[in-house]
Design a protein around this ligand. Structure first.
Ligand code: PGA
Ligand code: ZN
Length: 492
């Protein structure tokens, strides 16, 4: 091909002239930079390369990371992972070779991405999220997605979403809002873990997390300040009462004093809220994760005690009574600190007690293990009014499109939606943008401590700063942020 033929084929003279004219028209201070950006925008939108690798999550367990390349750059995402025994979740793919990471390495999932998924996605437009996600889903016809691995699918889907946002030159949260048809961006109330127990910590506390919700803050930044200050007052209280050993932290960064009774834990948190001067502006919540200590049809409140003679079994009715007391006693004795949300108060198959407790209407009842972000279990729970909040863990569903659908399903049922981290996290902050874009009003991302937890909170601080005057914090409307969506103006 001659030089002239080449120039003609690519219409180069015309394109360069257009770029120069545009720079002149805008009187760009740096015309060369302006022209290069202008030309870059004209490049076609396509995925050019996908490269996956094995990295470690916050527990030191292998997980999947993906680099997706488009003509706009490289976009990285990593899949989180939770506790094992995920019977109702879609399946992660692990190698099972006991000689490597005790069976947890993910080289098969990595290979699936580098070979099967990459082959299917290269050339696709990264802004077309649902087409990308359907293509990934179609590669594995199994219900559980065990062949491809949900860890492989999710990491690619998240990377594509980031690439799509870059292609459109909008914030990731804005791109997610567009994909979901959401009309406003809302900064969520953080459910900040301050005490860890259950399977996440080595103390005797059966309940997995005690959380604080700074609903009375005016901005997300103020919420984090209130949360962090309360956390450090709590640390000082625990130091006074239990010594420095009580200040060790659990997998999600919550403090883990060796207490057994969760009412004692809630009392410590109440005192910390008071010391922080946040009385009335911070509410309390708990993830009981009761599936982890359900034995038959009873609950073993002492399930971590090495001395099994001290087992304390409670019936579902007794558990419900305890929870009801938390909601009423805390409310009446100390009018201003309310216990407002409880997650998995009963076993994942204990639909009966979960519904009976929800019917009391004392607080938000969130289904985590109960629902496992599974649309069918969610449908049943909405039909039967078993609970009224969805804990949405994106790696339980597999792709960004599926996560958006499940969130919509819960919202259509007039439920609260909590975007959640996993106990095995990475430095990827994707869920921060997801919570803002879906305007869920709630995010659970652990303590204001440990890098993989604060990565999410720090991203929310950045989003709030970026949105400036247009930033809207869910605050008191944490369960029904739609009210705020009308007042929030989309960031363009
Ligand atoms: P997981 O814990 O990620 O270990 O499942 C989080 C939760 O139970 O909410
Ligand atoms: Zn949970």
């Amino acid at each position: 091909m001659s030089v002239q033929e080449y120039l003609d084929k690519h219409m180069l003279s015309r394109k360069i002239e257009d770029a120069v004219n545009a720079a002149v028209r805008s009187k760009a201070p740096d015309p060369v930079l302006y022209i290069s950006n202008h030309m870059r925008r004209a490049v076609s939108s396509a995925i050019t390369k996908i490269k996956a690798r094995q990295i470690l999550d916050s527990k030191g367990i292998p997980t999947v990371e993906v680099d997706m390349y488009t003509n706009k750059g490289m976009f990285r995402a990593a899949a989180p992972s939770g506790d094992l025994d995920k019977i109702y979740e879609r399946s992660e793919l692990r190698d099972g070779d006991k000689g490597k990471y005790l069976g947890n390495s993910v080289s098969k999932a990595v290979r699936n991405i580098n070979e099967k998924i990459a082959e299917a996605l290269i050339g696709m437009d990264p802004t077309l999220q649902s087409q990308i996600d359907h293509t990934i889903m179609d590669l594995d016809k199994t219900e559980s997605k065990a062949e491809l691995g949900v860890n492989a699918m999710l990491a690619v889907s998240m990377a594509a979403c980031k690439a799509g946002a870059a292609e459109k030159e909008v914030l990731l949260c804005k791109h997610i809002a567009d994909l979901s048809g959401q009309s406003g961006l809302i900064l969520p109330v953080p459910a900040i873990t301050v005490i860890s127990g259950g399977k996440h910590a080595g103390n005797n506390l059966a309940a997995q997390e005690i959380m604080i919700l700074p609903v009375g803050a005016n901005t997300f930044e103020e919420a984090m300040q209130m949360g962090s200050e309360t956390y450090y007052h709590l640390k000082a209280i625990i130091l006074e009462k239990y010594g420095s050993i009580g200040c060790n932290v659990g997998e999600d960064g919550g403090l883990a004093p060796n207490i057994t009774d969760f009412r004692e834990a809630l009392d410590l948190v109440k005192e910390a809220i008071n010391r922080a001067g946040c009385n009335g502006r911070i509410k309390m919540a708990m993830d009981v994760a009761a599936t982890n200590f359900c034995v038959g049809n009873k609950y073993d409140m002492d399930f971590k005690s090495p001395d099994k003679s001290g087992q304390v079994f409670k019936t579902g009715e007794e558990m419900a009574e305890m929870y009801a007391q938390l909601c009423t006693v805390i409310y009446f004795v100390c009018q201003t600190i309310q216990f407002v949300s409880i997650e998995d108060p009963f076993d994942r198959n204990d639909w009966l007690h979960t519904k009976a407790f929800t019917d009391l209407g004392l607080c938000q009842v969130v289904g985590d293990h109960l629902l496992s972000s599974d649309p069918k279990r969610l449908e049943r729970a909405i039909d039967e009014a078993s609970c009224n909040g969805l804990l949405l863990k994106i790696n339980q569903v597999g792709t960004v499109t599926d996560a958006i659908e499940v969130a919509k399903q819960a919202k259509d049922g007039n439920w609260g939606v909590v975007i959640s981290h996993r106990s095995g996290e990475t430095e990827d902050s994707f869920i921060a943008d997801l919570a803002v874009g879906l305007a869920t009003g709630q995010i659970k991302a652990g303590a204001p401590c440990r890098g993989e937890r604060v990565a999410k909170y720090n991203q929310l601080l950045r989003i709030e700063e970026e949105l400036g005057e247009q930033a809207v914090y869910a605050g008191e409307n944490w369960r029904s942020p739609e009210i705020l969506a009308f007042t929030s103006v989309l960031f363009c």
